[in-house]
Every structure is written in structure tokens, then in C-alpha cells.
Write a new protein. Structure first.
Length: 531
């Protein structure tokens, strides 16, 4: 569930007045939600990935969930799969106190156990209960499954696997219903699923939740892992590409990559700061509207899971790095170069894994403070290479200003390693038709690479008229120059055919005239002889 700006949507959703929906998510009881304990990612795995889905074939909504370490697992897909009504627990945090003379917490059925029976019970972890304790309450209430909402206002998209705490092993082994966690933002989406903007509170049914939702194992579908909601807005998308898709992209790029010329800026192919990519080989894969069905499927998937419109996407820039190669710390937003159409977000995808995970080489590291710290700094954020894993960061902050916390680098590769990384930029305005159709056509005619004269023309126009106006003139030239060439070819062919037809007609006339003269001459000769 994403839209054009994930950071903006996160803020708006956090502010949804859930109290109007009778959901007291922000309880004053101390929270038991886990926090991000270190700065190395990814933390989530396919083994915990699950999905909640509702709607019909026309409009389907889905939320990511994390399966607990106990209860049915994703490997037991049949046991994990549940489809029924979501019901809010009463009380929502599961805390039920005893009688006045025994005010201690007791594990017992929920007050609305009759409604919960056979359905998915929604409970928050704001009461300080462990995952196993909440699961026991859900089971005593005869729930079909337990959905735990992680109350974490600082990280509203964050979820984690509920663990089995010390001394709970026996109780955990008796949990036979699915137990999963969703984020605070996901809970806000769920509890507003059936609420229209002007709906009166008294008309809200089932606390705004759908009549039925379905829980199933995520498998190899894309799923999110939140890192930071702001400064920078940074998150991961697992399985954005399948293994075969990543390999196909490598195969398409490995014979086209060339060393980045550290003294030559190529804004057309998005190499705006070559000095920060020492030793790296790179190629822009011009596909645009000429992409194959498989390539178009990747574009559509990125659009679906991120919410960014695909008309705003650049083509992939693929980098090949070998031993010692790296990206130096840099930003992807350059106000002087992209002031008229800035890349609002960058999507970076690892296309292969390294042979060894012992080295930090190949990892992408972010420096939220805006300056590079030592490799042990707790402020740094490191993402380890994993095939098909995408890193998304927003180059603009929540107020659409240049975000200086997006400084990042790719650490030098270890000996004997090779890494392919693809980058796709999401621009503020749609990418022009010339760059979606004409330039890919040029590249196709020249073996997949853009000819040098096209890059030279672009650079000359930008230097003469500035980045914005120069790009406009270049786009016009890309459309009109091929059109003039085509018209010239058509005119040449027409003239050639006319000449052929005219020449043929003249030849026939000449032959006819010659034949007539011969006949006349022959008659004269005969007459002369007769005389």
C-alpha cells in the first residue's frame, strides 16, 4: 500500500484519528514494541513474509505482515492460510484485570470473545504483553488467527518477528493459530478501508475494517522492510526482481558496460558525477517503450509496489564493480543539473550476491548525519547485497526540499568479487517521449548503445542554452531530425521511382521512334531499287 510519496503517506496515516473509530491504539500503558537494535540490514526474510489481502478483482488492497516464531509458519502454507472477518479485541491491548480484590492481570478470554470466535482478532502490543501471552488470549477466545499491531510512532512502518521469551517454550508449542504482526501505518489503512471521507462516526461498521480479509504466506512476492521514515526516507523491497529477471538484466548489460570516464560528465545517461565512481563500469540500458514483455513486467511491478508512476521512471543504469571498485559518498540529487526535473527517489537493485558474506565490501552505506562517519558509527546504515533486493531512498524530504541525509556510498569490493547493481531514478515530471521512444530506437540500431553523436548533441545544447532549455531543444531535435531524415528518404525513393518510370517511358518512345524511322528508311530503299 504505497503512493507517490511514502514519507508523506506515512505522516498522514499516523495522524488519522483512530480514536473516532473506537481503536485506542496509542494507549498510555508502556509499550513492548521492539526497536531497531543495530544498523545492518536486511533483517526480514522470506520465511516470515505474509500478506493480508481484501477487495475484489477490480480493486485489491494488501498489507505486509511478519509471521511470529511460533504457531504455523510460511512453510506450512495450508495451516497459515485464513480467510474471515477481522475483529478488534476488547480491550484492544488484551489487558483484562481481575476483581477489585485481585487487580492483577490474568490471561483469560477477551470481553468480546463471542464476536472473536472463528475470526481474526486484532490486538495491539501496547499493553506490554509478550507475543505468546497475546496468542494465548486469542486462542482462549477461539480466534482463527491473531493480528498484532506494532505501536511504534517513531517507526510507523516497522514490524518484526515476535519471539518466544525465556520460560514460554511450552506455551508457545501449544499455539496452533497463525500469529502475525502488522505496522501502525498498515493498521491505519485497515481501519479506514471502508470509511469514506465524509462518513459519520455512527455509520462506521466494524471499526472501518473490511468484512473479510485473507491471510497467506508471502512466498516470493515483493515485501517491504522499513529502515527510516524520515531523514532520509529509506526502505527495502525484498524480491523486487526474481532471480531470472536479475540474471537477464546482467546478461543485457555485461557486454555494454564501459569504464566511467572520471573527467567526462554525461547528464543524458545520468552519469553526472563520474569522479565518485572510480573503476566502475557502467551502461544505460535504453529500453523505454521498446522494452520486451518481461522488462515491462518489471516496470509495472515497481509501479504497483511503490506507487511511483512508471512514466516518471528512467531506464536502468547498470554498474559492474570488481575488486577494489566502489561508489564514493555522494548524493543523487544535484540542484544545478536537475533543478527543472529532479529525481525525487532512487531505486537501487542488487543483481547478484557475493560469494562471501564475511566482507563488508559491496554493501551500500548511508550517512544520515550528512557526513561520512567511521564504519562502526551507530548512525551509519548498511545494507548487505542480496539478489533481487531493492533499496529505495527519497532525494527530497517531507517538505520537498533537497535532503542532505541521503549521502551514501558502496563499499569497495573484496578480492575476487564481482557485483552488478542496477539504478532507476524516479523523476518529478514524466520522462519525455524522445527519451522513451526515439533514444531507445537509436540505441537499438547501434547494438544497444546510444551513439556518441547523440550524446555530443545533447551536451552541446545543454552547454549553449542551459540544462532546462537545452534539454527541451534536444527533445525537439530527437523528434524532428529523425522525421526530416525519414521524409528525405521518402522523397528520395519517390524521386527515384519517378525517374525510373520517366526513364522507361522515354526509352520506349525512343525505341518506337527509331523503329518508325527504320521502317520509313526501308520503304525508301525498296522504292529506290524499284526505280
Amino acid at each position: 500500500m504505497m503512493n507517490l510519496s511514502r514519507s508523506h503517506s506515512s505522516i498522514l496515516l499516523v495522524l488519522v484519528p483512530l480514536c473516532l473509530l473506537s481503536i485506542q491504539l496509542l494507549a498510555t500503558i508502556p509499550t513492548a514494541s521492539a526497536t531497531i537494535v543495530d544498523n545492518i540490514f536486511p533483517k526480514r526474510t522470506e520465511e516470515e513474509a505474509a500478506v493480508f489481502e481484501w477487495g475484489n478483482s477490480a480493486i485489491i488492497s494488501a498489507l505486509d505482515a511478519s509471521v511470529a516464531m511460533f504457531g504455523p509458519q510460511t512453510s506450512q502454507a495450508a495451516l497459515l492460510e485464513v480467510e474471515c472477518k477481522p475483529v478488534l479485541a476488547a480491550p484492544v491491548n488484551g489487558i483484562i484485570k481481575g476483581k477489585k480484590d485481585d487487580d492483577e492481570f490474568q490471561i483469560q478470554p477477551l470481553k468480546n470473545a463471542d464476536e472473536v470466535q472463528g475470526n481474526i482478532v486484532v490486538m495491539t502490543n501496547a499493553g506490554g504483553l509478550s507475543g505468546v501471552q497475546m496468542a494465548k488470549i486469542a486462542k482462549l477466545s477461539n480466534a482463527a488467527a491473531l493480528m498484532v499491531v506494532n505501536i511504534d510512532e517513531k517507526n510507523p512502518d516497522y514490524i518484526y518477528r515476535l519471539q518466544v521469551e525465556e520460560g514460554e517454550e511450552e506455551d508457545a508449542s501449544n499455539i496452533d493459530i497463525p500469529v502475525v504482526m502488522i505496522s501502525l501505518n498498515s493498521a491505519n489503512v485497515l481501519t479506514t478501508a471502508t470509511v469514506e471521507p465524509n462518513t459519520d462516526v455512527k455509520d462506521i461498521v466494524n471499526n472501518g475494517m473490511p468484512d473479510r480479509i485473507r491471510l497467506y504466506a508471502g512466498g516470493d512476492r515483493p515485501f517491504f522492510e522499513d529502515i527510516r521514515p524520515l531523514k532520509p526516507t529509506l526502505y527495502l523491497i525484498h524480491n523486487l526482481m526474481t532471480g531470472p529477471e536479475a540474471k537477464a538484466l546482467v546478461d543485457a548489460a555485461k557486454h555494454k558496460v564501459e569504464p566511467i570516464q572520471t573527467t567526462s560528465i554525461d547528464t543524458l545517461q545520468l552519469q553526472t558525477q563520474p569522479q565518485n565512481f572510480p573503476g566502475v563500469e557502467s551502461a544505460m540500458l535504453w529500453k523505454g517503450k521498446l522494452a520486451t514483455p518481461g522488462q515491462l513486467a518489471i516496470e509495472e511491478r515497481i509501479e504497483q509496489v511503490t506507487g511511483f508512476p512508471k512514466d516518471h521512471f528512467s531506464d536502468f543504469v547498470v554498474d559492474k564493480l570488481t575488486e577494489g571498485d566502489q561508489w564514493l559518498p555522494h548524493y543523487d540529487l544535484h540542484p544545478d543539473t536537475y533543478s527543472f526535473n529532479p529525481p525525487i527517489a532512487t531505486i537501487t537493485v542488487f543483481l547478484n550476491e557475493l560469494s562471501s558474506n564475511e566482507s563488508e565490501g559491496g554493501s551500500i552505506e548511508y550517512y544520515p548525519s550528512g557526513a561520512r562517519k567511521s564504519s562502526t558509527s551507530k548512525k551509519n546504515i548498511r545494507v548487505l547485497p542480496q539478489k533481487g533486493l531493492a533499496i529505495v531512498h527519497h532525494n527530497l524530504d517531507d517538505k520537498d526540499r533537497y535532503d542532505t541525509s541521503t549521502l551514501h556510498a558502496l563499499l569497495p569490493l573484496a578480492q575476487g568479487e564481482t557485483l552488478f547493481v542496477a539504478r532507476k531514478y524516479v523523476f518529478d515530471q514524466p520522462v519525455s517521449t524522445s527519451r522513451k521512444v526515439v533514444l531507445p530506437a537509436f540505441a537499438f540500431l547501434f547494438g544497444g548503445k546510444l551513439p556518441k553523436f547523440v550524446v555530443t548533441l545533447h551536451d552541446a545544447l545543454v552547454e549553449q542554452f542551459g540544462p532546462q532549455q537545452g534539454s527541451v531543444y534536444f527533445d525537439k531535435a530527437c523528434v524532428f531530425v529523425p522525421l526530416l531524415i525519414l521524409l528525405s528518404i521518402v522523397q528520395f525513393v519517390v524521386n527515384y521511382l519517378k525517374d525510373q518510370m520517366t526513364g522507361g517511358s522515354s526509352s520506349k518512345d525512343s525505341k518506337s521512334e527509331t523503329s518508325s524511322k527504320k521502317k520509313k528508311s526501308s520503304k525508301k530503299d525498296k522504292k529506290g531499287k524499284s526505280d
